[in-house]
Ligand binder design. Structure first.
Ligand SMILES: CC(C)(COP(=O)(O)OP(=O)(O)OC[C@H]1O[C@@H](n2cnc3c(N)ncnc32)[C@H](O)[C@@H]1OP(=O)(O)O)[C@@H](O)C(=O)NCCC(=O)NCCS
Length: 431
């Protein structure tokens, strides 16, 4: 892939510069302009910033030197972002914001083009503050997640071995739990999948700064009356097999206490540990419901609940993926069925991705992707390739919306089967 990608420039009157740790105050000020927050910037003094500063860029108005930032963006250098059957280097786009004074002048567009031009990773991924923003830049909605609220005491199906676990309920801190959380979070198949099948999108925090931020517990995090960070660990034969982080809120009603358990991670190495963990989380005194933050759409709890309807499941978009380097990305994942297909790809922003690509792979084995003169079997935009990349969005479903076009009879069914994956993609934390 060539690297001299053209960059759309900033609108007249603006210039960009790399940010450093000295820009912390200006960055937080811009961030709280973009994302309104009840706290003053000074309230964040105890908050460690998880940024990789070399990848943080600010935009300033040229006629307002020292007048604050007009826009910011940064990216996390994920070296091992999970994709079907493998991991790929991925730029996690984050901290994107434009000051309301400077919006709708093309600053975001210029920042994204610069991000894609500088991207050395074959993928870029992000969480979108608003879903309509990023499709125009070639990002596809690659995963959904579940939002549920489970009534206290909801019945769970039995799993042999669940009763063999012991439980620790403790204040959460890095010294006590840092090692076990880091280890269990990145085990294959998490948050509760079978070992041996990875979960696409399940990024772990790869940098010290991100872990430091994960364990930080400043007062500004305790919005809406939440308590400090707590951890449940389930152990079998003295070995941790699962953990969950949570913060409770209290709500005293005349009819009785109606507190809520707000969950963070819920991670278990096997089905018995998941059953033991959820058994604890759904039966905490004075609580009336347990609310996970986000879960994969196929999370084990939905199969364990006797009455899954009572959890009131809603689905929302999780991680968005932008294929930056088509051949490296398509050869870098695995496929769940044999495949030999020619994809005709369009890409308005990165023209080197456009054209016909032949993808060949054996089920769960090595894959290749080469440019070809052959006629495409399927045609799609790079945005749809991103949507399908983690295996969570079916090419056939996209064809149903007219977004993938089948040119060779039968190619759609075969390619859709191959591009899928046994576990639904999801990232367990918003970056
Ligand atoms: C979203 C945001 C970054 C957009 O920045 P911006 O500099 O105004 O964007 P641009 O001027 O480059 O707009 C590019 C295009 O995207 C569209 N767009 C921008 N924000 C949009 C939004 N929230 N919803 C729908 N479309 C949007 C613009 O209308 C424009 O469309 P056009 O090319 O058809 O005219 C900015 O409004 C912002 O900071 N919002 C609050 C924080 C936020 O949501 N950050 C994103 C975090 S993931």
């Amino acid at each position: 892939m060539t690297s001299d990608r053209s960059r759309s420039s900033l609108p007249a009157g603006y210039r960009s510069r790399q940010l450093t740790a000295d820009d912390r105050g200006a960055l937080l000020d811009l961030d709280t302009w973009a994302f309104p927050d009840p706290h003053a910037v000074a309230d964040f003094d105890e908050l460690p910033l998880p940024l990789t500063w070399e990848r943080a860029v600010g935009v300033e108005a040229e006629d307002a030197p020292g007048g604050g930032l007009a826009a910011i963006r940064a990216s996390y250098p994920f070296a091992h972002f999970p994709v079907p059957g493998a991991t790929l280097p991925t730029a996690g786009l984050t901290w994107v914001g434009v000051h309301p004074q400077h919006r709708r002048r093309g600053l975001l567009t210029a920042m994204i083009d610069d991000h894609l031009a500088r991207c050395r990773e074959p993928l870029s991924a992000l969480f979108a503050a608003e879903a309509p923003i990023y499709g125009r830049f070639g990002y596809g909605k690659a995963a959904d997640d579940l939002r549920i609220s489970v009534p206290r005491g909801a019945a769970l199906r039995d799993v042999p071995g669940a009763a063999d676990h012991t439980v620790r309920v403790e204040h959460g801190d890095r010294a006590s739990h840092g090692e076990l959380v880091a280890r269990l979070h990145q085990a294959p198949g998490m948050p509760a999948g079978p070992a041996g099948i990875n979960r696409p999108g399940w990024a772990t925090r790869e940098s010290e700064a991100l872990w430091e931020s994960y364990w930080a517990d400043p007062k500004s995090f305790r919005a809406s009356g939440r308590e400090s960070l707590r951890v449940v660990v389930v152990e079998r034969d003295g070995e941790p097999r699962g953990y969950a982080t949570f913060r409770r809120t209290m709500d005293w009603q005349v009819t009785g206490p109606r507190g809520t358990v707000h969950l963070g991670d819920v991670v278990a190495l096997d089905a018995a540990a998941a059953r033991a963990l959820w058994g604890v989380l759904l039966d905490l005194d004075l609580m009336s419901s347990t609310d996970p933050f986000l879960l994969p759409v196929d999370d084990a709890v939905m199969s364990l609940l006797v009455d899954p309807r009572a959890a009131g499941a809603r689905v929302t978009d999780n991680v968005w993926v932008r294929v930056v380097d088509v051949p490296a990305a398509l050869a870098g994942r695995r496929y769940q069925a044999d495949v030999d297909v020619v994809l005709g790809v369009t890409d308005a922003r990165l023209p080197e991705n456009a054209g016909a690509w032949r993808v060949r792979a054996a089920a769960f084995g090595e894959a290749s992707c080469e440019r070809t003169e052959a006629a495409p079997d399927l045609e799609l935009d790079v945005r749809e390739l991103g949507a399908a990349f983690l295996g969570g969005t079916s090419l056939a479903a996209l064809a149903g919306a007219g977004l993938v076009v089948e040119r060779s009879a039968g190619a759609l069914a075969h390619a859709s089967a191959a591009f899928g994956w046994p576990l639904a993609p999801a990232c367990g934390w918003v970056f």
